[in-house]
Design a protein. Structure first.
Length: 704
DNA sequence: AGCACGCCGACT
DNA sequence: GTCGGCGTGCTC
């Protein structure tokens, strides 16, 4: 009889130790899946590579069976999971089992055998190509199969590669010489970051290794997949993200673990891809907040990617036009290598920034005109020239709130501390936080006044106003409402690419990554809304969004010179806009870093949030108070500050009151030691607090 | 978190 | 008389 440690999916606060001990007839290698009894049920666990304090022998139960049909997960994968669990204060089992495709978790060994065999056969049938790659791949394969030159030339297995600029060559040299340091590639849209990624991927593949590429959003994977498939027509590319069907996700994951997949593309969950021969990790748009998981184990896929790179001894490439201040600071301090790409490949300049001072304009009626006359003219000119314009407004719906001038009623949500948004298309008031939807009332529900005013403007209204301002233009809108159906976004983007749209209105969804070739004007209609947000990262975010939006214009070098980015603002001299006009990210970042240093914020201070949810705010607060009292008694609390409980930025969502408590330390290890020592007290505080629905520790929160 | 057991209201 | 509401407690 052997004793083995098994990670099972129990939450941290269950009071169970992370890894449980079972008896087995024979030892199983760490990383092997096993079926084990747990209470009255049977569950899947993972054999863990360490001894734990075992309970008395009479409490131990036997492993039901080892899932030998699945190759054991690599030792470095176990280490990554163990680090993530410890760092983000979750149980090992939750992180480990949560990183596996759900459809593989219920299987016994026999069923797993069939799944593994089917996945292997499936990939053999598909040959080198992954299914569903689309036309780009077909075109390249056709080109490869009917080469124009010498068919025996092995070079024809690859399409011709673009020439590298001097800056790109320098970046690749820097990557080769990074010696274990992550390489931050800072470059504006069109500066050729992607080409650097592809060259680095090629190197990893030539060395017989797998490459992992992370992107912030599912929306961006098809585009990248087509690009990668076109570049590497003979390599097997798979994607991993939550929008895949259960079967495809499991098949792709198995392809990674069995080593058949050579290039793995995915969203944040792909940072846990079970690579068996890792050779490179790329994090594109590394500043993007989507890399931080916002529920369950609240991990940062970008930070884990950096950790994983060091763990596996594999180069890590972080890319962005507007790096996170965390990464930028690491680059300044020399912890990361840095390469800046200052030229757009093909030589086109970045679009010229035109800042429109709204203060000098007369107000039109009760509200300002939606677009200043000069901007309207500029768009009209482009419509005439068959060029496209892109209007960014980061707010969907028709109006963010309705207001009764007679009694002061506003369209609040009954379940959240938020306004309900007026959507004209279906005449509803919708809460964007809990989904609570009602038909828009004809009259004020409180006083019966028939004249309800719409305050502010969303994309729906902007679209409508544009149609009347520019009757000759074909106007389209892309936001979460128009792209709800599967494939709707791709279909709408295709219309834009086909030139069937003159003016595109949209939320930040349209600012990200899409390669619009005919856009020569981008306008931010109301960027000031984000300028004075309470969130300490709002400046950084706004700069990134505007920079990204600017990058949509003039991607065709021939049009670049005529391309413009317009900003309508009441604060034309704001340093953020001034820096943007100079395309000066480094200057802007230096300024923000100074502010962060003096105000004691990341990356100079390390934060964690203890969040608590309850039906009544008092219960959530009581839990936090108990936790604070326990923290005060800990010797590990030296060098750590615990602030009093406060309501969350969104204090109530779906009838749940949300409170939180900030913990900070100038030392990351000190914060980590404190959190680890604090964890048992949180479980006790939870047991002592009736009415508490849940709590969570959020390490390195994006906002508070 | 599951998944039990355990005691009180409206129905096959 | 049971079906089932979710409160409390346990899982190597």
């Amino acid at each position: 009889m052997e004793l083995i440690a098994v990670a099972v999916n129990t939450p941290q606060h269950s009071g169970l130790g992370d890894v449980l001990t079972y008896r087995a007839t024979s030892a199983a290698a760490p990383g092997t899946l096993v079926r084990v009894p747990l209470g009255r049920r049977e569950t899947t666990g993972i054999v863990w590579a360490r001894c734990v304090a075992a309970p008395p022998a009479d409490q131990l139960r036997d492993v039901i069976e080892a899932i030998g049909a699945l190759p054991a997960l690599p030792a470095s994968w176990l280490q990554l999971v163990e680090f993530a669990a410890a760092y983000y204060q979750r149980s090992i089992g939750e992180v480990a089992l949560g990183a596996l495709p759900p459809s593989l978790l219920g299987l016994d060994n026999r069923q797993m055998e069939r799944r593994v065999a089917r996945a292997a056969k499936g990939s053999a049938r598909a040959g080198h190509a992954a299914p569903g790659r689309g036309d780009a791949l077909a075109a390249v394969r056709a080109a490869v199969e009917t080469p124009a030159g010498d068919p025996n030339d092995p070079g024809l297995a690859q399409p011709p590669l673009p020439e590298l600029s001097a800056e790109q060559q320098a970046a690749l040299a820097a990557l080769a010489e990074a010696h274990g340091r992550p390489l931050l590639v800072h470059g504006v849209t069109g500066s050729g970051k992607t080409e650097i990624y592809l060259r680095a991927v090629a190197r990893a593949l030539e060395a017989g290794r797998q490459a992992l590429m992370l992107v912030p959003e599912i929306n961006l994977t098809p585009q990248l997949e087509a690009l990668v498939a076109a570049r590497f027509p003979l390599r097997r590319v798979v994607s991993l993200h939550s929008a895949l069907g259960a079967a495809e996700r499991a098949r792709n994951w198995l392809a990674v673990l069995t080593g058949r997949a050579e290039i793995v593309l995915g969203t944040r969950l792909a940072v846990f891809a079970p690579l068996v021969r890792p050779g490179l990790i790329v994090v594109d748009e590394e500043h993007d907040p989507s890399f931080k998981q916002q529920e369950g184990a609240r991990y940062s896929a970008r930070d884990l990617a950096v950790y994983r790179g060091r763990l596996e001894g594999v180069p890590v490439l972080l890319g962005s036009a507007t790096p996170s201040l965390e990464s930028w600071q690491h680059a300044q301090s020399g912890r990361y290598a840095l390469i800046s790409l200052n030229e757009r490949v093909g030589g086109g300049p970045m679009p010229r920034l035109r800042i429109v001072d709204l203060r000098n304009l007369p107000r039109g009626g009760t509200e300002r005109e939606v677009l200043v006359p000069a901007l309207r003219e500029a768009i009209a000119e482009r419509v005439g020239r068959r060029e496209q314009s892109l209007l960014l407004l980061n707010r969907r719906g028709w109006a963010p709130v309705l207001h009764c001038a007679a009694c002061g009623w506003k369209s609040g949500c009954a379940h959240c501390s938020a306004w309900r948004v007026f959507h004209k298309s279906d005449r509803t008031l919708r809460c964007h936080h809990c989904g609570f939807t009602e038909r828009v009332p004809r009259a004020c529900p409180d006083c019966g006044n028939l004249d309800l005013a719409a305050i502010g403007r969303g994309t729906e209204r902007l679209e409508e106003q544009l149609r009347s301002l520019l009757p000759q233009a074909r106007v389209a809108r892309i936001d979460a409402d128009t792209t709800r159906r599967a494939g709707a976004l791709q279909a709408q983007l295709a219309e834009v690419h086909a030139g069937e749209v003159d003016v595109l209105v949209g939320t930040q969804m349209i600012a990200k990554g899409h390669d619009f070739r005919r856009v020569t004007l981008v306008a931010a209609v109301n960027p000031d809304a984000m300028l004075f947000s309470a969130d300490f990262r709002s400046g950084e975010r706004l700069f990134a969004l505007l920079m990204q939006a600017a990058g949509r214009a003039g991607r065709e070098a021939s049009q670049a010179a005529a391309s413009e980015m317009w900003l309508q603002t009441g604060y034309p001299d704001h340093p953020l806009y001034r820096a943007l006009a100079r395309h000066d990210y480094p200057g802007f970042a230096m300024r923000l870093l100074d502010e962060r240093r003096t105000s004691g914020l990341p990356p100079f201070m390390h934060l964690a949030l203890l969040r608590a949810d309850a039906a009544r705010a008092a219960d959530a607060e009581a839990f936090l108070q108990r936790s604070a009292a326990a923290a005060a008694a800990l010797s590990e609390a030296a060098g750590v500050t615990v602030y009093p409980p406060v309501p969350a930025a969104m204090a109530r969502i779906a009838d749940v009151e949300r409170m939180q408590m900030l913990v900070e330390s100038a030392s990351r290890p000190a914060l980590q030691r404190f959190l680890a020592a604090w964890a048992p007290a949180l479980i006790e505080a939870r047991a002592a607090t009736r009415g508490l629905e849940r709590f969570a520790v959020d390490v390195d929160p994006l906002s508070f």
